[in-house]
Design a protein around this ligand. Structure first.
Ligand code: NAI
Length: 316
């Protein structure tokens, strides 16, 4: 079931103030997309999705980095003629940058996009639960962690969902909205509505490892690695097969290098630990070896392929 509330609706969302915590790869994109939908001429019928988007980082250097990411992304759109200077100014004026957690106390919806660390996230939500107004809804952008645990840590599990964006947030239309057994159905509907208001397509999923996309994608990457590890097929042929035979834009080993082999391994290791009896969750030996050798894919210049910056070379 897919839904989008963006075009037909004439009412705003119930989330006047949005808070985004962590302005890394994902968080800066979430801020940008939400601010774009909230700035006057660029939003369709539903103007002012938010009166303010609070962009929070835990320290000043992270904050500067996040601001720079947003500014350069917006400037790129302007220079390519995809955004007028006025619209750029208007969207940027919606964003308040801060390292002061007090600024989040009266936010209506808070999305967390900090590092994938369960302790850090639980501590953060515990603190937010004690300081934010009681009607505020909390969300995590986690890819692989249990949403229910964070919901419980927050002390307000009925007002907690997963809002899982895809990279790059500015371009990828899908958002998985994750509900736990505690999520209030009204909260869930409001969040689904909000996803439509910011121009994305929301799908609904229960709190299950990997939700929909990664649950199907990540085991597929592991299977591709196993094929290579057993010598059944070469790296190049596995990727070519999935491109030409299954119509995928990128083969699984290319994709794994792109994501980062450490990230792939980290995700599956967490699932293996939590769900030891699920046969689709396992870490192939070839992946462990590459991570141990710091052959992490694109970012270290070598993984299943050689890399020259963003340019993929020959298979290893
Ligand atoms: P990132 O490393 O680019 O950004 C992480 C952010 O966490 C940074 O803004 C950093 O300032 C902040 N941070 C670091 N240490 C911190 C600490 N001790 N306390 C508070 N904040 C801290 O990470 P990315 O890729 O943006 O991931 C963020 C979240 O989004 C993770 O939960 C990840 O699983 C999820 N995600 C990532 C996707 C991806 O393709 N990278 C896709 C979808 C979700």
């Amino acid at each position: 079931r897919t839904r989008s509330h963006s075009s037909a609706s004439t009412v705003g969302t119930p989330f006047d103030k949005l808070g985004v915590i962590g302005l890394g790869l994902m968080g800066h994109g979430i801020v940008q997309v939400a601010a774009t939908a909230s700035s006057s001429s660029s939003s369709s019928s539903s103007s002012n999705v938010h009166s303010e988007v609070i962009a929070y980082e835990s320290n000043a250097s992270y904050l500067d980095g996040g601001r720079d990411r947003i500014l350069s992304s917006v400037e790129r759109l302007v220079s390519r003629g995809k955004l007028t200077s006025n619209d750029a100014e208007s969207l940027l004026s919606k964003i308040t940058y801060t390292t002061d957690r007090d600024a989040l106390d009266d936010a209506d919806l808070i999305i967390e996009a900090i590092v994938e660390d369960v302790e850090l996230k639980n501590d953060l939500f515990k603190d937010l639960g004690s300081r934010c107004k009681s009607s505020a809804i909390f969300a995590s952008n986690t890819s692989s962690l249990c949403v229910t645990n964070m919901a419980i840590a927050s002390g307000r599990p009925d007002k907690f969902v997963g809002i899982h964006f895809f990279n790059p947030v500015q371009l990828m239309r899908l958002v998985e909205v994750v509900r736990t057994e505690y999520t209030d159905p009204t909260v869930f509907e409001d969040v689904m509505g909000w996803v439509g208001h910011i121009g994305k397509v929301g799908v609904s999923c229960r709190d299950t490892p990997g939700f929909i996309v990664n649950r199907l994608l990540v085991p597929n990457l592991m299977q591709a690695m196993s094929l290579v590890e057993r010598g059944d097929a070469s790296i190049g042929d596995v990727d070519l097969s999935m491109q030409l035979g299954a119509g995928h834009p990128m083969g699984p080993l290319h994709l794994a290098d792109y994501i980062g082999l450490d990230t792939c391994s980290f995700i599956v290791e967490g699932w293996v630990k939590d769900f030891p009896n699920d046969a689709s969750f396992y870490v192939p030996a070839i992946l462990k070896q590459k991570v141990e050798r710091n052959e992490l894919g694109r970012k270290t210049g070598k993984g299943f392929y050689h890399w020259d910056g963003d340019k993929r070379g020959d298979p290893v």
